[in-house]
Design a binder for this molecule. Structure first.
Ligand code: HEC
Ligand code: HEC
Length: 354
């Protein structure tokens, strides 16, 4: 005979054991669920998925050169006053908006972009619109202004166009710091030479006009996840800097900026976008790069008075989309291409002059 008291005890033990077992199973199921679905909710794993998805299309390296420029190491920044200036300059390039943006600590001069948004890794990434050749090639004559420009003037240009704002005073410690940093980045390049891998890669022309319609498809599939469907980007949680910068609209670069030229935009994104792409692991075909450039650069953005630009119109870049020109091609062809015949026109012109 089992004592009824013992029986009750036994039932109680078995029930607790079953409850415990169910709890363990439930926990395991939740862990598995979280691993499969839960982590997708944060944007970081969205980034990883995006990168994996696009890497799968194998696109050959853009540049097989073995002697590409590389930036000096941060450990080479000298000690002392000059070193402090260079380091301050690097910080200004990386976090420009925290100093000069709408809530900037030094002044309110710019649209909220950082130099680094376009000059990647503080202007040190190979084919990432880096500053490699600036120290070696400035001061130089520039057709856009018709003047010999030094580094200060060139930095001011980006403040006025890419940052759609005003440049800090050339006597300010901030201007001196940015110039010191930019010159330090390019210190190893021989004076007068342009280093391979510096600036923006010139991607091959298409034999048709770039197409904004096809570009929208590229944009929605490969860019909107970060820059947003409306192109307005995304601020960080604090709201003082962009996690994903805007590509058009009133807070983007204006129509006088370098990226408004299709070849600059296409060459920049081909070697750098979607984020994670590089010249040796590009993620866009040439056609996708040109088409997405055409789409982004037909959206609304701020204007700029360009009437003083290109005092000698024969010096206009072939993809400068505003006439008049010395060649017979339309503004539309200068904006979207095809560019080969325009390029040939200027090659011939140069030959006939020399
Ligand atoms: C919206 C993108 C963008 C932003 C933001 C931007 N730039 Fe630029 N910058 C460009 C482009 C495009 C060029 C021209 C590259 C070319 O023609 O190959 C350029 C060129 C330059 C050059 C000349 C490079 C050379 O080799 O001739 C300097 C110097 C420069 N920028 C400095 C700055 C500084 C400093 C800032 C921040 C205050 C800044 N830029 C912000 C896009 C940008
Ligand atoms: C995974 C997120 C991500 C994707 C996808 C992505 N970008 Fe970006 N993009 C960024 C970030 C972040 C920056 C700024 C980089 C920095 O500051 O280091 C940037 C910068 C840019 C810039 C220069 C800054 C500006 O605001 O003008 C352009 C142009 C650009 N991206 C175009 C594109 C295009 C075109 C695509 C699609 C082919 C694309 N990006 C896809 C994250 C992304």
């Amino acid at each position: 005979m089992i004592d009824p008291h013992d029986e009750k005890k036994l039932i109680k033990t078995v029930t607790s054991l079953i409850t415990l077992l169910m709890l363990v199973i439930l926990t395991l199921i939740s862990i598995v669920f979280w691993m499969i679905f839960g982590s997708k909710n944060d944007s970081f794993s969205e980034l990883e998925i995006q990168e994996i998805a696009t890497v799968a299309v194998s696109i050959p390296s853009m540049d097989e050169s073995t002697d590409l420029w590389t930036a000096p190491s941060i450990s080479e920044i000298p000690e002392g006053e000059q070193g402090e200036l260079i380091k301050y300059g690097k910080d200004l390039v990386a976090k420009t908006t925290e100093y000069f943006g709408p809530n900037g600590s030094v002044a309110h001069l710019s649209n909220g972009l950082n130099c680094q948004n376009c000059h990647l890794d503080a202007g040190t990434k190979v084919w990432g619109n880096n500053y490699g050749s600036v120290a070696a090639t400035y001061p130089k004559m520039r057709g856009r202004s018709g003047q010999v420009e030094g580094v200060f003037k060139r930095i001011s240009d980006c403040f006025e166009r890419s940052l759609n704002g005003t440049a800090p005073d050339s006597n300010s410690r901030e201007m001196k710091a940015m110039a010191a940093y930019i010159k330090w980045v390019g210190k190893a390049v021989v004076k007068g030479q342009k280093a391979k891998g510096s600036g923006i890669f010139n991607i091959a022309f298409l034999d048709r006009p770039a197409d904004p319609k096809q570009g929208k498809e590229v944009y929605d599939a490969k860019c909107a996840v970060c820059h947003q469907a409306d192109g307005q980007g995304q601020l960080n949680d604090v709201g003082n800097n962009y996690t994903y910068p805007p590509l058009w609209g009133k807070l983007s670069y204006n129509k006088g900026a370098g990226l408004y030229r299709l070849s600059r935009f296409a060459g920049y994104v081909k070697a750098n976008m979607p984020l994670g792409a590089s010249y040796n692991a590009p993620q866009l075909t040439d056609e996708e790069a040109w088409d997405v450039a055409a789409y982004v650069n037909t959206q609304d953005r701020p204007s700029l008075d360009l009437s003083k630009d290109w005092p000698d119109i024969s010096k206009k870049k072939i993809d400068h989309p505003f006439g008049p020109y010395v060649d017979p091609y339309s503004e539309s062809q200068h904006k979207f291409g095809p560019f080969t015949e325009i390029q040939s026109f200027y090659d011939e012109l140069k030959k006939s002059k020399s």
